[in-house]
Structure formats: C-alpha cells, structure tokens
Write a protein that binds this ligand. Structure first.
Ligand SMILES: Cc1ncc(COP(=O)(O)O)c(C=O)c1O
Length: 410
C-alpha cells in the first residue's frame, strides 16, 4: 500500500541498490573541531588537571587516586579525559564495564583499571585482553576469574568487593572473610584490592560510619591481609571529607568532584575549589514576537500574559536538556537569565527574551556555564528537573559536539 503523496518503495532492488553518493564516504578527519555546532559542550581539560591536583593536595600523601571515568567520563568524553588525568597523575582508573576499560587501554598502557559493575561471563575474555580487574562478589566469580589466570599462565588480578549496606555489588560483609580466603587460597588469582561503596555519604554521616565500621570489621577477620600490599578503598567524592586519618585506607575513588562539582552543599571539601570542567551551550535560531494570550509549545502548558519576544534555542531533549525543565528552567542569553516557556521539545526550546532588545539569531545560549558574569551551575540545572548532576552530565547525547580546550596552561 502507498500512502497518498508518497512514492512507493521498490520491492526488488530497493533502496540498497541505489548508488551511494561519493561524498557519503565517512572520513573521521573531516569531523569539524571548531564550534560550528547547534549545541555543544566545552570541556576545559586544564581545569580537570587542576582539580585533580587540588583534590590530591587535600588528601594524605599516601592515598592513591583512582579516577572514576565510567559512562564516558560522566559525559566528558572518556579518551581525552583519561589522557589528561594520566598526565595529571591519576594512579588508577575505575570504569563500569570492559568496553570502557578497552578505551582507556587505547589511550595509555600501565594504569590499573578496575571494573566497578558486574562483568558478564561473555565479557571475561575482554578482561584478559585489556588486563582490567574485576570486582569479585561471589564464589562463582572466583572460579570464572581463576580460569582466566590459568589461561594466561599467571595469577589474574582482582579486587574483593564487600557490600556493607549499599545492597548492590559485593559479598555481604558477614560473608567477606570466607570469600577472601577462597581468593587468597586460589593460586590462579592475585588479590590487588578490597573495597566497599557508601550509599549515603552525601546525606548520612551515621550510616556511612556504620558501613565503614562493618568494612573495618570484615578486614580484621581476614587472616594475613596486608594493607601495604593491597589497595583498600571506600570513599567516593562525598566520602572523602570523612576520610579517617590513619586506618588501613590507602585509596579513594573520585568521580564527580574531579569534574568540578561538590558532592553536597556544606561538604568539607568546599575548600578544595574544584572548578566546573564542562559547560553546555547552544545558539538562538529564531527571534519573534507572540501576542498576549498565545500558547507556547506542546500541550499549551504556557499561555502568554503579555506580548512576548521569544527566542528559539537550537537544543532540546534530543540533546539532553531534560523535559523536567519545561516552564521551570532558565537559559543565559546576553548574560541574562531567561525563563523557559512551555514544554522542552526534542530539538528546540522557547525562552522569554522580552528584556533583550538586542538579541539576534546566532547568538550564544548557555545552559550550564557562565555568560557575562551570570552563571548556571550543573547543580542548579539538574535541580530544575529533579535530577542529580551525574544524571544530567551522562544524559548529554551524542549529537552534542564535544569541544576540548586542551592546551590551556594549568
Ligand atoms: C562504586 C563507585 N565508586 C565510586 C564512584 C564515584 O562516585 P562520585 O562520582 O560521587 O565521586 C561511583 C559513582 O557512581 C561508584 O559507583
């Protein structure tokens, strides 16, 4: 059946048989690196490096820095981010899966890489190929990873993960000593680290303390455990500021903070002065005036109470602007905050620009970042839609161009 007005698709030969125009050939070298985009993020790698150095200097000297770069380095782009963190002095990397580990190996060799999520059996061979360390949570995994050690002809490195109250990955803390014994008695395995993860480091000091004490008790029940030979780690960005001086801890896993976002208001780390690494921008696509009483965007959730000069911004939820910002969020134009009117749509957002008589098509629109002394930080951006900064960063889609300020001096 052919819909009226449409040409029928040929049944034989079909679209595939059409010759492909020569200019369709993909050549990565032609991908533009200038800001000739409708929506882009700027990533300041010098700030990233500075953040790492500042966080490091706030920590005791023996603490090793495990850079958490999962989910494409929190949307900042894994390869460039990992490269700069290597240069800045990260001791190790933590990722969510073996594909991310493989990407880091492409950037540089030698750095230990820890996989923080469960590894699927079909991914085991990639652990070997890219020499990434899995987190062991159960006896089945001891056997699976020991098989990798036998295959490579030397012990395979793993970390033991203890569930002290997160209820996610890891062996429940009461069963940790038995799993520890199984690992150290298995000649095909080498225990390189023991760790846990806090569920409420940004909201409950008491619960974090309970988790930490369960972890320490589990460590004490592990005969022969030598912290000087292992990485013992628990704290993430929010936990670092409760890092006890002393104890067996010798590593931290830092994600959000290195990208310039404090884990929570009032964190002791406020003194670290981490600077935001990422800013998110678009451009004005159209400026026009709508009369009082007109509705704006889908489902008419906004009705204008005055004649309004509106600006259409060339970004929408297809770029990672949350629909929760509809009628709530703001955008910086000409250095001023302008409210979003109506629903955020897939590719466009409408804002009230009545106060900006000089606004023109092509001008800069900033969602996260600074403009003329005004600033929207990712915490504010995410709060408008009831999200968290991690979520907003990792929701920036692939059509958003990543522009790296790589050469800025630190
Ligand atoms: C196990 C684990 N460790 C460390 C981190 C890093 O946390 P943050 O980004 O708060 O520093 C995460 C983040 O989700 C995680 O899942």
């Amino acid at each position: 059946m052919t819909l009226p007005g449409l040409l029928p698709i040929p049944r034989t030969g079909g679209l595939k048989s059409l010759p492909r125009p020569r200019q369709w050939a993909y050549n990565p070298a032609t991908v533009p690196t200038n800001i000739n985009a409708r929506c882009w993020v700027e990533i300041d790698l010098a700030r990233l490096e500075r953040n790492l150095l500042r966080i490091r200097s706030a920590l005791p000297a023996h603490i090793r820095y495990v850079a958490v770069v999962k989910a494409d380095a929190y949307g900042h782009g894994l390869a460039p981010t990992a490269a700069r963190l290597m240069r800045a002095g990260a001791d190790a990397f933590a990722v969510a899966n073996v594909r991310e580990a493989a990407e880091i190996r492409e950037v540089g060799s030698g750095w230990p890489i820890l996989v923080l999520s469960a590894v699927l059996p079909q991914e085991d061979h990639m652990l070997l190929e890219y020499q990434a360390m899995p987190a062991v949570s159960c006896m089945d995994e001891v056997e699976r990873f020991a098989a990798l050690g036998r295959e490579q002809g030397r012990p395979f490195s793993v970390h033991l993960k203890i569930d002290t109250g997160m209820g996610r990955l890891g062996v429940w803390h009461e069963g940790a000593p038995a799993l520890y014994r199984a690992i150290v008695e298995e000649p095909a395995l080498r225990l390189d680290g023991v760790f846990t993860h806090f569920s409420s480091a940004d909201s409950s000091a008491d619960y974090t303390e309970l988790q930490r004490s369960r972890f320490l008790a589990a460590l004490e029940s592990m005969p022969g455990l030598d912290p000087s030979q292992l990485l013992i780690h628990a704290d993430n960005s929010a936990g670092i500021d409760s890092l006890p001086v002393g104890g067996p801890f010798n590593g931290v896993r830092v994600g959000l903070l290195q990208f310039g976002v404090l884990p929570y208001k009032g964190s002791l780390l406020s003194d670290v002065h981490a600077e935001p690494v990422l800013s998110l921008h678009s451009k004005v696509g159209l400026v026009k005036t709508l009369p009082e009483g007109a509705y704006v965007s889908y489902n008419r959730s906004c009705r204008l109470v005055r004649d309004t000069r509106v600006a259409l911004i060339c970004a929408g939820y297809g770029d990672g602007i949350p629909t929760g910002m509809s009628n709530r969020g703001q955008v910086l134009l000409c250095g001023r905050r302008c409210p979003i009117l109506g629903r955020v749509t897939m590719d466009q957002i409408i804002v009230d620009a009545t106060e900006l008589p000089d606004l023109e098509v092509g001008m800069l629109a900033t969602f996260i970042g600074e403009q003329g002394g005004e600033r929207i930080c990712v915490e504010e951006f995410s709060a408008w839609s009831g999200q968290i900064p991690w979520e907003c960063y990792t929701s920036i889609t692939k059509r958003v161009q990543r522009v790296y300020k790589a050469d800025t001096a630190i």
